[in-house]
Design a protein around this ligand. Structure first.
Ligand SMILES: *Cc1c(COP(=O)(O)O)cnc(C)c1O
Length: 369
C-alpha cells in the first residue's frame, strides 16, 4: 500500500452486497433474496411515464435541481399523512434528500464526528454500513450486543458505553425494524434513547417503515437531537435510483444540506421519486402481499425443528440452523439458485413473490432434511 494512503484503510474490507460463495455454478433460475429490495419492478405504466419525462422534460446537458424543493414537498406530504403529525407540523425545512440513505449516513458522520475525537454506537447484529462508513472517515465504532432471544439492544451495555468511552459518543444508530433481525424498537429501547443527553444525536433508520407503519418522525421534529432516515429502495421499489431522505429539525437539516454534495441526486432519480410518491397507492400495493407472504414464510419456517426463527415486522425473516452450519445451508441454497444473506451469525431471507417464497421453502426443506 503506498504511504500516501491512510494505513487504517488497508485493513478495511469493502462493502459487498453479495456474499462470496465457494464454487461457480449457474442454476437455471436465480431468486435474488439477499438485499431486501422489492421483488416487483415498477408497473409498466409508471416506467412509460418516466421514459416520457426523460424524453420531454429532462435536459441531459443541464445539472439537476440542486434544491430538491418539489421532491421535499412531496416527501413532507407523504411523511405527514403516514404519521401522527398534524398538517403543517412538517415542512420542507424538516427534510433533506440523499443519494440513497447511505449518503445521509455519511453526511451525519461528517456533521457530527469528523475532525474531532468522536465515536458512534451500534448494536449488533445490525446494518453494516454505519460501521463501514464510520471507519472510512476515521471515526471509532463502539459495538454492543443484543438479547439473543428478542434482539432487543443490551441497554445496560449501551448505557455503560455512553458513560465510559474515551472518545465521546456523538451518535447512536438504531434501525427499526432492525436488519437483519426484523424486530421493531420496544418501549424500553425508545425510553432509553429519549433519555440520552442532548450531546448525543439519535438516528433511527426506518428503511422498512412501510412494512410495519411504526415511526418516530414525531420525535425527530420535536426533539433537538433526533433524526429519522428513510429510503425509496425497499417498499417504493426504486433501489436502482438511489434516493433516501432524512427528517429532523430545521437546524440539523441545514447542516446536512451544507455537507452534502451540490448535485447529489440525478434528475432522473428525482423524477422517479416524485413519480412513485404521486402514485404511492399503486406502488405500495405490493406491501400487503409482502406482509402475508412474510407470515406464511414464518409459519412454515417455525414448523421446522432444525431452525431457530425470530418474528419479523419487515420484508425479510431471520433464522439460524440448529443442526447444520450456516455455511452449509447458505451454500446449498445458493447452489439451488436461492440467494440469501449470511450475516450476524444467521440467515436473512428477503420475502419475495409467492413463487419465490415457495421455492425458498422447498430448497430449504431439501437442505435441512
Ligand atoms: C436497505 C437499507 C437502507 C437503504 O439504503 P439506500 O442507500 O437508501 O438504498 C438503509 N438502511 C437499512 C437498515 C437498510 O437495510
Amino acid at each position: 500500500m503506498p504511504t500516501f494512503i491512510r494505513p487504517d484503510l488497508q485493513a478495511l474490507a469493502a462493502y459487498s452486497s453479495h456474499a462470496p460463495v465457494g464454487e461457480a455454478h449457474a442454476p437455471e433460475r436465480v431468486d435474488a433474496l439477499d438485499t431486501n429490495e422489492s421483488s416487483y419492478d415498477l408497473p409498466v405504466f409508471l416506467k412509460e411515464k418516466l421514459a416520457w419525462e426523460y424524453q420531454n422534460q429532462i435536459s441531459a446537458n443541464r445539472y439537476p435541481d440542486g434544491d430538491h424543493l418539489a421532491l421535499k414537498e412531496a416527501i413532507a406530504r407523504y411523511v405527514q399523512t403516514t404519521s401522527p403529525l398534524a398538517e403543517g407540523d412538517l415542512t420542507t425545512a424538516h427534510i433533506t434528500v440523499g443519494n440513497g440513505s447511505d449518503e445521509l449516513i455519511r453526511s451525519l458522520l461528517i456533521a457530527t464526528c469528523v475532525g474531532r475525537p468522536a465515536a458512534i454506537l451500534v448494536a449488533e447484529p445490525t446494518f453494516s454500513m454505519y460501521g463501514i462508513l464510520a471507519q472510512t472517515l476515521g471515526v471509532e465504532v463502539i459495538r454492543i450486543g443484543r438479547n439473543e432471544a428478542t434482539f432487543e439492544i443490551d441497554i445496560e451495555a449501551a448505557q455503560a458505553a455512553v458513560e465510559n468511552t474515551t472518545a465521546p459518543i456523538r451518535m447512536v444508530f438504531m434501525v427499526s425494524p432492525n436488519s437483519p433481525t426484523g424486530n421493531g424498537l420496544t418501549v424500553a429501547e425508545l425510553d432509553w434513547l429519549r433519555q440520552l443527553p442532548q450531546e448525543i444525536l439519535t438516528v433511527v433508520d426506518e428503511a422498512y417503515f412501510e412494512f410495519c407503519q411504526q415511526t418516530t418522525v414525531a420525535e425527530a421534529i420535536a426533539r433537538p437531537n433526533w433524526v429519522v432516515t428513510r429510503t425509496f429502495s425497499k417498499a417504493f421499489r426504486l433501489a436502482a435510483h438511489r434516493v433516501g431522505y432524512a427528517v429532523s429539525t430545521p437546524e440539523i437539516i441545514q447542516v446536512l444540506e451544507k455537507v452534502r454534495l451540490p448535485y447529489n441526486l440525478p434528475s432522473f432519480s428525482q423524477s422517479a421519486a416524485l413519480l412513485v410518491l404521486h402514485h404511492s397507492q399503486a406502488v405500495l400495493a405490493t406491501v400487503d402481499e409482502v406482509q402475508s407472504e412474510r407470515d406464511r414464510l414464518l409459519t412454515s419456517l417455525n414448523s421446522c425443528s432444525t431452525l431457530k426463527v425470530w418474528p419479523s415486522v419487515a420484508n425479510f425473516v431471520y433464522c439460524r440452523p440448529i443442526t447444520k452450519t450456516l455455511d452449509a445451508v447458505f451454500e446449498a441454497l445458493f447452489q439451488q439458485g436461492t440467494h440469501i444473506r449470511k450475516t450476524g451469525g444467521g440467515l436473512r431471507i428477503t420475502v419475495g413473490t409467492p413463487e419465490e417464497n415457495t421455492r425458498t421453502l422447498d430448497h430449504l426443506e431439501h437442505v435441512l432434511s
